[in-house]
Design a protein around this ligand. Structure first.
Ligand code: ZN
Ligand code: ZN
Length: 309
C-alpha cells in the first residue's frame, strides 16, 4: 500500500472510531505529525503531568477490566499511558534523554509512531507498551527481532551486505544464548528469512556463511577452539546439518523465482540448474545478464551520535 493510501486508510479508520469529520482529522494529523522533540521532554510530561481520565469507556479500552493510567501529552496530542512512555525510554536507554524523536503518525486512541534516527517505535495508547517497528518508513509491522531490524517483507529490499551483517548478529546472538551446546542455532526460522531474502540477490553463500560462522565457528579455527575432539566433531556435524538445511531453504526459494521467471530476464535463454543460481539472482542465466544491484541507502543503525544531533 502506498504511503498516501495508507495514511488515508488510517484516517478513515480514525473517522469510524471517533465519529469526527475526515477533513478535521486530516488537518489535525498534518499539524501534529512531523513535529520533533527530545525524549527528555516527553519524560518530563510523564513525570509531572497528572493522571487524566482515559478516552475509553469504563471497563477498559478493550472491554476488559485492565486500563492503564494515562496523561494528556501535549507533545503527542493524545492521552498516553505512563507505562508506554517508560517502555519507550527503556528501549532508547542507549541514546539517552537527549535523543531526538519525530512524531510520524497518530491514530487516535490506538497508537502513535515516533522515529528516533532510523529506529521507529509504535507507542500503544491503550496499553503500557512500546513496540519497535521495521525501519522502513511508514511500515506498521514489527521488526523480525532486535537483530533483524526489518519486517520479513522488507528484508527483501535490503542490500546484500546488510543481510550479511544481520545474519552475523543473529548468529552471535544464538551462540551467546546456547553457550556450548553443539546444536545451537539449528533450525532458526529467522535464519530462513535472511536466506530467503538473500537468494534473489545472489547472496545466499555470503549470508549463510556469515550466519554459520557466527553461530557455530569458523571451521578453520574449530579444532583450536575445542580441545576435546569429540566436542569439535559434534559442532562440526551440527554446523554441516544446518548448512545443508539452509541450502534446501535457498533452493526452494530459488526454484520459486525461476518458475515465475520461466527464462532469463536478461537474454531469454534457459536458466541454469538450481545449484548455479545460488551464486547469482535466480532469474538470470549469468552475472553478465544480472543488472548491478539497485542503489539503496545503507542500513540505518541506531547511533547515539545521530540521535543527539
Ligand atoms: Zn516493514
Ligand atoms: Zn541471460
Amino acid at each position: 500500500m502506498g504511503q498516501d493510501k495508507k495514511r488515508k486508510a488510517e484516517l478513515r479508520q480514525a473517522q469510524r472510531d471517533t465519529g469526527q469529520r475526515y477533513t478535521r482529522l486530516a488537518r489535525e494529523t498534518r499539524e501534529r505529525t512531523g513535529r520533533g522533540f527530545r525524549l527528555a521532554e516527553l519524560l518530563a510530561e510523564c513525570a509531572t503531568f497528572p493522571r487524566t481520565s482515559p478516552p475509553w469507556p469504563a471497563g477498559g479500552p478493550d472491554g476488559d477490566a485492565f486500563a492503564p493510567d494515562v496523561f494528556a501529552s501535549q507533545l503527542l496530542g493524545e492521552p498516553v499511558p505512563f507505562g508506554t512512555v517508560l517502555a519507550l525510554a527503556g528501549a532508547l536507554s542507549e541514546e539517552g534523554p537527549q535523543a531526538r524523536l519525530v512524531l510520524e503518525s497518530v491514530r487516535s486512541g490506538h497508537a502513535a509512531v515516533v522515529a528516533c534516527g532510523a529506529r521507529r517505535f509504535q507507542l500503544v495508547l491503550s496499553q503500557d507498551m512500546a513496540n519497535e517497528l521495521c525501519r522502513t518508513p511508514r511500515c506498521g509491522s514489527q521488526m523480525v527481532n532486535w537483530a533483524i531490524v526489518y519486517c520479513s517483507s522488507h528484508l527483501a529490499a535490503c542490500r546484500s551486505e546488510d543481510l550479511v551483517a544481520m545474519a552475523q548478529t543473529w548468529g552471535y546472538a544464538l551462540y551467546e544464548e546456547a553457550g556450548q551446546t553443539p546444536e545451537r542455532g539449528e533450525g532458526s526460522h529467522e535464519a530462513d528469512l535472511l536466506v530467503q531474502a538473500a537468494v534473489p540477490r545472489g547472496a545466499f553463500r555470503e549470508v549463510s556463511t556469515a550466519f554459520l560462522h557466527a553461530c557455530f565457528e569458523d571451521p578453520q579455527v574449530l579444532d583450536e577452539e575445542f580441545w576435546d575432539p569429540d566436542r569439535a566433531l559434534a559442532v562440526r556435524h551440527a554446523m554441516a546439518r544446518e548448512e545443508l538445511r539452509l541450502l534446501r531453504v535457498a533452493e526452494r526459494a530459488a526454484r520459486r523465482i525461476r518458475q515465475a521467471a520461466g527464462a532469463c530476464e536478461g537474454c531469454g535463454a534457459d536458466l541454469p540448474p538450481t545449484a548455479a543460481v545460488l551464486h547469482l539472482p535466480p532469474q538470470f542465466c549469468s552475472r553478465a545478464c544480472a543488472p548491478p544491484p539497485p542503489p539503496s541507502a545503507p542500513m540505518a543503525r541506531p547511533s547515539p551520535w545521530d540521535a543527539n544531533l
